[in-house]
Design a protein around this ligand. Structure first.
Ligand code: SF4
Length: 319
């Protein structure tokens, strides 16, 4: 489809949008509104900067991406009847992706500034001299644990034994809720022999309450897209680092709670619009800075807030 320029971004909703909105209204503004059209050659400087900064990643997110890509490959290979990848191969694939992100971050600053959607850049290098040895050690340790977790994954074992039919794997999709397009990208949806639909999420971090909430939203997606009864859906979180699994059988009541939460969140977000039909945001000053400033030094958009926050970026870069 040919690219069609839009003056304002398209209105939509997702769980990550909700998290961003709750974390800091200014991040929300930069990420979902100010960055719009920032990819254009003659974009205003705020749009160009917000678009660039939105593309920054960090070591933890990069690890999550590398693990998800490797898990997707493992699922695709199993679907082709190939054997489960050995732990050594899984680990090497994850490390290879991490090395590439690291190398670009060390030497590709100019390329990132020119083409932020094509070149990866770690926050740790963009704003500083790179991560501390402590963080590097922690990530190295986590890579090994996640590789072992994936090789021993309950989900992959079930698929390898032919006990599941893959329906979707890392498939970018949307469904409609209260007239709003909702984005959902479940890591994996498959149908088990017990005639249940399993929605799987691979986690590389620690257990958090909101993880279950996010996967419950995928339940709404499965209900809407596949016409599946809520009682037939089980969500499974595989904590690869810890080697543990949490499962939750959904029901109609749970989906009603998620639906209600989404509706409330959509209404709150619309409260920050100057024109709801156009999805035109109110001016920047209507989006306050974070109440919890402890997140600011890790924020992608620090560069844009530094002056208002009275933070000296030169001092940050030598930390
Ligand atoms: S630097 Fe702080 S106030 Fe600014 S967008 Fe980020 S989190 Fe919000």
């Amino acid at each position: 489809m040919a690219y069609q320029r839009r003056e304002y971004p398209q209105w939509s909703w997702s769980f990550s949008r909700l998290q961003t909105f709750e974390a800091c209204k200014r991040v929300y503004y930069y990420h979902y509104y100010a960055s719009h059209n920032g990819w254009e050659r003659n974009a205003p400087s705020l749009a160009a900067a917000a678009y660039r900064l939105k593309k920054l990643t960090n070591l933890y997110t990069a690890l999550g991406d590398a693990v998800h890509q490797t898990a997707q490959l493992a699922v695709e290979r199993l679907a082709l009847g190939k054997p489960l990848m050995a732990v050594g191969e899984i680990e090497e694939r994850i490390r290879e992706k991490m090395r590439s992100v690291w190398q670009w971050s060390v030497s590709g600053r100019q390329q990132f500034i020119q083409r932020p959607n094509q070149v990866p850049m770690l926050h740790e290098f963009y704003y500083g001299q790179g991560p501390t040895q402590d963080v590097v050690d922690r990530i190295n340790d986590r890579i090994g644990k996640c590789a072992h977790g994936l090789a021993a994954s309950l989900t992959l074992a079930e698929l390898a034994e032919g006990r599941g039919e893959v329906i979707a794997c890392e498939q970018f999709d949307t469904f409609e809720l209260y007239g709003t397009q909702v984005f959902a990208v479940p890591d994996l949806v498959y149908r088990s022999q017990l005639e249940r639909y399993l929605i799987v999420d691979w986690k590389t971090g620690r257990q958090e309450e909101q993880n279950l909430e996010q996967v419950a939203l995928y339940g709404l997606y499965a209900h809407a897209k596949l016409g599946v009864d809520p009682e037939e859906i089980v969500v499974r979180l595989e904590y690869l680092d810890a080697g543990s699994v949490v499962e939750l059988a959904l029901n109609g009541e749970m989906l009603a709670v998620v639906r209600e939460r989404a509706q409330k969140s959509m209404a709150e977000m619309r409260g920050y619009l100057a024109d709801v039909e156009l999805n035109q945001a109110k001016p920047q000053h209507a989006f306050p800075l974070a109440e919890n400033r402890s997140q600011c030094l890790r924020c992608n958009f620090l560069e844009l807030c530094a002056e208002e926050l009275r933070i000296d970026l030169a001092a940050v870069s030598t930390r």
